[in-house]
Write a protein that binds this ligand. Structure first.
Ligand code: BG6
Ligand code: BG6
Ligand code: GLC
Ligand code: GLC
Length: 872
């Protein structure tokens, strides 16, 4: 017919639809990828909705539905335990008309109207104004959502064009308006697009519903995408609903071949020229106009009404979408006198225009369904599409045509279409219900972790307590928690040391034997050979004789002169009997004698901190502090001899092994010790001892984490409330796991696989919480050590009467070296708490054994005694 020839370009064949579908698939990819998103016409906005309803949702919500043809306020009650089955939701709603001028005025005025309508609704329905009501907000415009309750408006569409809101958070604007209106307590929990709300509404009755579609004033679709493809959101596991904003398809020219002169005219006369090109070919707001422009042109060229054109026919908006279904009445209303043929022809125009609309929707919808099918590697996809919008609901042939074309384009899939029976607010309330559950979980997790947060004030207190105990220890005041043991090391190395030394290094994660050769005093010429042995648990906690026999050893000692070391107490994982109070040098000598294989001359016993300081001082003469942040924690530093009670030399300085791990053993840290720390202490080998060490060192951090996880799990906040055997196992969280879990480079999926290795079956949310717990515990540890270091360096500065001190801290230990954040937080804290000191940290290269050898070498320089051996 003449009409067919005239509208040839609007009739799309299947191969063209397939081409459009392929183009839309490419656009989706572009929108999802982080690199191309900014330039993409189809925005593919992550919605933070991660699952469709599962029936566990409940609660009572207010809802606002803004952006469709009607603005509504609602109350939605989702009843407990009703599950997926029907009847679980009760709704009351009221439509509030929006005066036309408000649609193109100031944003704040529109939102004032919204919040006043809300208040009117509350009053009319006798809803308590005192109570706080959770609110679900359906806002049907493109918004970038950093979280579920934030939405930065990208642009207006349809018949809305308001000033002052673009780029702003519309949830904030709504809250502002609610405050201005006053007299209600409302908590805006979530904001969703109408497509998302529609998918959720339909998903309540049909679990297969994973697509939401609107063909109303505007058009749009959302669907459940695999999170691994959503670049803009962290995480790679599970699904997230993506709001495609497909109305923008074609804004970059992708549809140019399919655009007719009528589409161009509609666009040019619209609120937003150049934008929402696809929407303007499809949705209710534009279909009537398209028909009018076609009819006008046909009349002008004499194909209709004998060439007569009325003023009304020339006027924008005179044909509406409602007329598209039935044209006869409208034609007379437009001051035209249509013949029978004119009526048939105009009806035909309407059919072609609306048929093109449903064809375009079918093409893009099939692109989405194809994508879902590929994501899940399915041969056949069975899926439900939830639909809403006046075009779909009121145009008599539209749904049937749409379904038919979709099924033709996707012969292998089973696609069901479900009409949203009650608008979008039911679904919006379901999203809010999930958000509410997560928010209450969030709050409880935050409360649990709050005591691990150290205020500046608390850190200052820790620093001054450390300082006070350093002084008390030096004065030998009893009882002093910090032993401040003289090491009888008076000088750091000067680089001229030489000779070959054997060293044993016991007490850290590894037991090592080393051979060190200092040649010619040139740093680069140090040769070092070492071998690592493990100390079995039975030996660590057996008898001292066994420790000696396996030629392994001890920790704290008092050296009267360098060749004697009485073990005061074991710490960390050591508890071998018959050692405390004994001279470990003698014990080692006897063990060597028992073996009867070789002879050794033991020259020095030094603590690992001292060994570390010496080894770093060999590289950097400003190094006068040694720090261990590993299995245990401890510090040594060069103290002025005049301050030392138990002095026996006239040297100027002596290295003091602080044994600062004992800070707090008199209760001075009780105000920061949490119940989790107390539990860890009680279950440790040495209850009540080394309280500072138990807050800060690798041996205990994992246990603290485990205690927190246990508590969260018992409270139902983690691992679905299942306290498993793995979780009850002491020691499962070794420091290395903490380091791995907290690594920024690690995706959540990898966190999950680490947890799985530990026997903890976690989902994505669990992994996030576990990571947070680890972070809170390790951060506090680093801050406390930082506060301790600040106390030590400030003391050195004051000893020397300096206004400003440059100093280097030699450091060793797995926590410092391997944890992704510990060292940074430690440095930052020390900097803030000791602003008059410029502290550099130098990680020790070869462990403390080298330092022990150096001590021997330094001593040897002094008395020229050959054949000395060193030991940490
Ligand atoms: C309604 C939904 O049923 O449909 C709205 O509740 C949605 O959220 C609307 O925006 C879309 O259709 P229309 O035709 O009103 O734009
Ligand atoms: C090693 C030192 O490098 O670090 C040991 O050689 C020290 O002497 C140890 O005890 C401390 O770290 P960790 O993490 O092994 O306890
Ligand atoms: C417009 C909006 C979109 C909405 C659709 C249907 O396209 O930009 O957010 O979903 O209309 O209402
Ligand atoms: C423990 C020991 C101490 C050692 C520290 C680091 O605190 O008591 O001597 O320096 O661990 O290994």
């Amino acid at each position: 017919s003449a009409v067919d020839r005239f509208l040839y370009a609007m009739r799309l064949h299947d191969d063209q639809l397939e081409d459009i579908s392929a183009r839309f698939q490419a656009e989706m990819k572009k929108g999802l990828s982080a690199e191309s998103n900014a330039a993409a016409a189809v925005k593919m906005l992550p919605t933070h909705v991660r699952s469709t309803p599962d029936g566990s949702e409940r609660g009572q919500f207010l809802a606002l539905d803004l952006g469709g043809s009607k603005f509504k306020v609602l109350q939605v009650k989702v009843r407990e335990g009703m599950g997926i089955r029907k009847g679980g939701v009760e709704m009351e709603e009221k439509i509030y008309p929006i005066p036309k001028e408000l649609l193109i005025g100031r944003g704040t005025e529109l939102f004032d109207h919204v919040s006043e309508s809300l208040k009117d609704f509350l009053q009319e329905k006798n809803i308590n104004l005192e109570k706080t009501h959770p609110l679900a907000f359906t806002f049907s415009f493109p918004c970038e959502q950093p979280t579920l309750n934030q939405g930065l408006l990208l642009s207006w569409s349809k018949n809305f064009r308001l000033r002052g809101l673009q780029g702003k958070d519309v949830v904030q604007s709504l809250k502002g308006a609610i405050e201005r209106t006053g007299g209600m307590n409302v908590d805006v929990l979530s904001m969703v697009n109408d497509t998302v709300a529609t998918m959720m509404t339909c998903g309540f009755d049909d679990q297969r519903c994973e697509v939401g579609l609107i063909i109303g004033t505007g058009t749009n679709a959302c669907y459940m995408e695999a999170l691994r493809h959503v670049d803009l959101v962290e995480g790679d596991e599970g699904q997230m609903c993506v709001n495609t904003e497909w109305g923008g398809f074609g804004d970059d020219g992708a549809l140019n071949e399919y655009i007719t002169e009528f589409d161009r005219d509609v666009d040019a006369a619209s609120n937003n020229p150049g934008k929402q090109i696809f929407e303007k070919m499809v949705s209710g707001m534009y279909l009537g106009e398209l028909v009018r422009l076609v009819v006008l042109k046909m009349a002008k060229v004499g194909l209709l009404f004998d060439g007569f054109v009325s003023d009304a026919l020339r006027t924008k908006g005179k044909i509406t979408t409602a007329n598209v279904a039935n044209t006869r009445d409208i034609l007379t209303g437009l001051g035209l006198t249509p013949s029978q043929d004119d009526c048939i022809a105009v009806q035909h125009v309407s059919t072609i225009v609306s048929f093109r609309s449903s064809n375009l929707v079918a093409a893009c919808l099939s692109a989405i369904l194809t994508r879902i099918k590929k994501n899940r590697s399915l041969r056949t996809l069975t899926i439900t599409v939830g639909v809403d919008g006046t075009v779909y609901k009121t145009h008599p042939q539209y749904p049937k045509r749409l379904h038919k074309v979709v099924r033709r384009l996707l012969p292998e899939s089973h696609v069901r279409f479900v009409l949203s029976d009650s608008g979008s607010s039911k679904g919006a309330a379901l999203v809010a219900a999930v958000a509410q559950r997560l928010a209450s979980r969030r709050k409880q997790v935050d409360e649990t972790l709050f005591p691990f947060q150290m205020s500046q004030e608390q850190l200052h207190l820790v620093k001054s307590r450390m300082r006070a105990d350093l002084e008390a220890g030096l004065k030998n005041k009893n009882p002093s928690t910090i032993k401040m043991l003289p090491s009888f090391v008076y000088h750091t190395p000067d680089g001229t040391e030489r000779g070959k030394y054997l060293a044993l290094d016991l007490g850290g994660t590894n037991f090592r034997a080393l051979l060190v050769n200092f040649k010619k005093g040139l740093h680069q010429n140090t040769r070092l050979y070492h071998k690592i042995y493990t100390v079995p648990m039975e030996i660590m906690q057996g008898t001292g004789e066994e420790v000696g026999n396996s030629s392994s050893f001890f920790k704290i000692f008092i050296t009267l002169f360098v060749l004697q070391g009485t073990l005061l107490t074991w710490t960390k994982g050591f508890k071998a009997t018959d050692c405390e109070g004994h001279d470990v040098v003698n014990m080692l000598r006897e063990a060597i004698k028992r073996r009867n294989e070789f002879d050794l001359d033991i020259a020095a016993v030094v603590n690992d901190t001292v060994g570390t300081m010496m080894s770093c001082a060999y590289e950097d003469p400003e190094c006068e502090v040694g720090l261990i942040a590993g299995t245990g924690t401890n510090v040594c530093y060069m103290e002025d001899v005049r301050n030392i009670e138990k002095r026996d030399a006239d040297a100027q300085r002596m290295c003091i092994n602080t044994e600062w791990g004992g800070l707090g053993d008199d209760g001075s840290l009780n105000d920061i010790i949490t119940p989790y720390d107390a539990e860890v202490d009680q279950n440790s080998l040495h209850p009540g001892k080394q309280r500072f060490e138990k807050l800060t060192s690798g041996m205990y951090l994992g246990e603290i984490v485990r205690q927190v996880l246990l508590d969260l799990t018992r409270g139902g906040l983690l691992f679905r409330g299942h306290v498993t055997e793995a979780l009850k196992t002491p020691g499962i969280f070794e420091t290395k796991y903490l380091s791995q879990i907290e690594s920024d480079r690690l995706a959540l999926l990898q966190v999950r696989s680490i947890l799985q290795q530990l026997g903890l079956d976690s989902n994505c949310d669990d992994s996030i919480i576990v990571k947070e717990v680890c972070g809170a515990v390790s951060r506090r540890a680093a801050q406390l050590v930082g506060a301790g270091i600040a106390a030590v360096v400030d003391k050195i500065r004051e000893n020397r009467g300096l206004e400003h001190l440059n100093i280097t801290v030699g450091v060793d230990g797995a926590l410092y070296k391997l944890h992704p954040h510990f060292s940074r937080v430690l440095h930052d804290t020390a900097k803030v708490l000791a602003p008059l000191c410029n502290v550099s940290f130098l990680p020790s290269e070869e462990g403390s054994g080298k330092g022990a050898a150096l001590i021997t070498a330094v001593a040897k320089q002094k008395d020229k005694d050959a054949g000395c051996k060193g030991q940490t």
